[in-house]
Design a protein around this ligand. Structure first.
Ligand code: ARG
Length: 585
């Protein structure tokens, strides 16, 4: 793998060096370089610096210019305004850097300097329950972050903390014991059928539980049996888990998100640790008994009445809750998996829970300065009315229904735009890739913490900031490369670049820097924004610069080279978001 420094970073270093040579007393300084409309780049670090040292910024800028080496990087530089530098690079420097990127499988994207181990908690649906639109976000964001971190060289361990434990299982199991054929089916069952059976059983069990006190008592006893590990009870519990997994996998499959069975470690997976977790917290004084419950208190967490709201680790009846499980999971992730980063892709409505859990783990010494714990709290998916997304009847929307509708809409578009040679099977495949891509992109292109409106019309639009737009830009690009036949893309650094080529080239060069930022702060939306901009710069290039009909053979090869690098960058970037880029559309 070749390390390819970006033009911006090379230029930044040159100017910083010239600046320290001109003003040695200033020490290390930041030239504050950024892309500009006037030239390729603008540096305005001289302003603040001159102010600080009571000098004249225009004069300082002039001295910097004098000290910049003439080495083929800079084509033009001028002092403007109160002391900015406007800098234009040489076409040769741009093309040579891009050629170095193209020569590398990773497009010149380096591995992280100090990779560590990240445990990421994502895609965590609940057993015997429908997956709803909230599970779209924890699946799609989680999957993208996994891909982005792995590409950066981080060791990533996924944990799907599914809801597979708790009192409701007493009710479900007891109901199944009393109605033994409710989950029976002949042969294999589809995900959809499995969920239908589970949903029906859940409803019936709940109705009986609410109406019949004797059943309620039996269900409560069943929870005790489950927790005591009674084999018959555990076997029935396992049936609920297995049936639910059939369903989860069918939805993940449709979402084109890969989940590995060994990474599904649900709430039940920490059972054996719960009592010990509580004992450790109580012995160290981190948690105290309050009205029989084991609680952790926080100075800054108070209810509306002004009384402190504790984190309850163990209820007064001895039962363990969500917090005990999460605290045990932290111990497992830190001490067994040896993670140095813990990520949680979980709805921001659970932020208080995580704040209290992290703080408790810190007091207990399980989280130290060497371990970073971060909740990537995501916002709510809203309907067109700006309220949390619900069906017309006011019920939560099933995730599969949304996905099916997106696929259907996208398939229609693909069929309308398809050339004759596309068969039904291909249309269906492309329709799924475009529809699912649209849903994922809409989710990932908003910053994680923000709410967004689920608007299919906008998501599958061919224009604007959508994956469909990017996918079409990619497919058009690939079709030119196919039409080029035997002409191989090749960079010709001696050529002069048109403005649209420069703009495209400079943006291509920013891929590695963008990814580094995205991986550092877990911000897939910045990658989405980068790819959208790349597609629009490519579209402008494509309309302004003839490729196969360019003036000279060298120019044809050079433009094909720009097409090819754009295609590879788009494909790689979209893959990191978990979105396909079909070759034909
Ligand atoms: N199953 C939970 C839900 O659907 C999410 C679990 C989040 N992860 C965790 N470690 N608490 O809301």
């Amino acid at each position: 793998m070749a390390l390819v420094p970006s033009l911006a970073s090379t230029l930044d270093r040159r100017i910083a060096d010239a600046l320290s040579a001109a003003l040695p007393e200033a020490g290390a300084t930041d030239p504050l370089l950024r892309r500009s409309d006037r030239a390729d780049f603008q540096a305005n670090g001289m302003l603040a610096l001159a102010k600080k040292l009571k000098g004249n910024p225009r004069e300082l800028a002039g001295q910097v210019v004098e000290r910049l080496p003439a080495d083929g990087l800079i084509a033009g530089i001028e002092v403007s305004g109160p002391g900015f530098l406007n800098i234009t690079l040489t076409d040769r420097a741009i093309l040579e850097t891009l050629a170095a990127r193209a020569a590398d499988d990773r497009l010149g994207v380096p591995f992280k300097e100090h990779p560590g181990t990240t445990v990421i908690d994502w895609a965590q649906p609940n057993v015997a329950k429908e997956m709803h639109v909230g599970h779209l976000r924890n699946s799609v964001i989680g999957n993208a972050v996994v891909r982005i971190l792995e590409f950066a060289g981080e060791k990533v361990v996924s944990r799907h903390h599914i809801g597979d434990w708790g009192t409701q299982f007493g009710m479900l199991i007891q109901y199944l014991i009393e109605h033994p054929h409710e989950l029976d089916h002949e042969g294999e069952v589809s995900g959809e059928e499995a969920m239908t059976n589970l949903g029906r059983l859940y409803k019936a069990a709940r109705t009986l539980f609410d109406a019949d006190d004797a059943f309620k008592a039996r269900a409560r006893r069943r929870v005790v049996d489950l927790q005591a590990g009674d084999p018959e009870t555990v076997a029935l519990w396992q049936r609920f888990v297995d049936e639910s997994k059939i369903y989860f996998y069918s939805v993940f499959d449709k979402l084109d998100v890969t989940i590995r069975d060994e990474d599904i470690v649900g709430e039940s997976g920490y059972n054996d640790m719960l009592a010990e977790t509580c004992r450790m917290l109580e012995e160290s004084g981190v948690a105290v008994r309050s009205e029989g419950a084991l609680c952790v208190f926080f100075d800054d967490v108070k209810g509306p009445d002004g009384n402190p709201v504790p984190l309850i680790v163990q209820k007064s009846d001895g039962g363990f809750g969500y917090a005990a499980t999460d605290l045990s999971a932290i111990r497992d992730r830190v001490f067994n998996i040896k993670a140095d980063t813990l990520l949680y892709v979980v709805d921001s409505r659970q932020s208080l829970h995580f704040r209290m859990v992290f703080e408790t783990a810190r007091r207990a010494g399980w989280l130290t300065d060497d371990v970073k714990a971060v909740q990537l709290g995501f916002g709510t998916v809203l309907g067109k009315d700006g309220k949390p997304f619900k069906t017309r009847e006011g019920e939560t929307v099933r995730l599969v229904d949304l996905l099916d509708e997106a696929i259907e809409r996208a398939t229609k578009i693909v069929r309308e735009k398809a050339q004759d040679e596309m068969g039904e099977a291909e249309i269906a495949e492309r329709g799924a890739q475009v529809g699912i891509g649209a849903v994922k992109y809409a989710d990932l292109s908003t910053s994680v913490s923000r709410d967004y409106k689920f608007d299919l019309d906008q998501m599958v639009s061919l224009t604007g900031d959508t994956s469909v737009y990017i996918q079409y830009a990619y497919a058009r690009n690939r079709s030119i490369l196919r039409k080029a036949g035997g002409i191989a893309p090749a960079a010709h650094p001696e050529l002069e670049l048109a403005p649209a080529e420069r703009a495209l080239g400079l943006h291509l060069d920013e891929f590695a820097a963008t990814l580094a930022e995205v991986a550092e702060a877990y911000e897939p939306h910045k990658l989405a924004g980068y790819l959208y901009q790349l597609s629009s710069l490519y579209t402008t290039f494509f309309s302004e610069c003839p490729v196969l009909k360019a003036g000279t053979p060298e120019q044809v090869e050079n433009r094909l080279f720009l097409c090819d690098l754009t295609a590879r960058t788009l494909r790689q970037g979209m893959a990191l978001l978990g979105i396909h880029t079909p070759e034909h559309l």
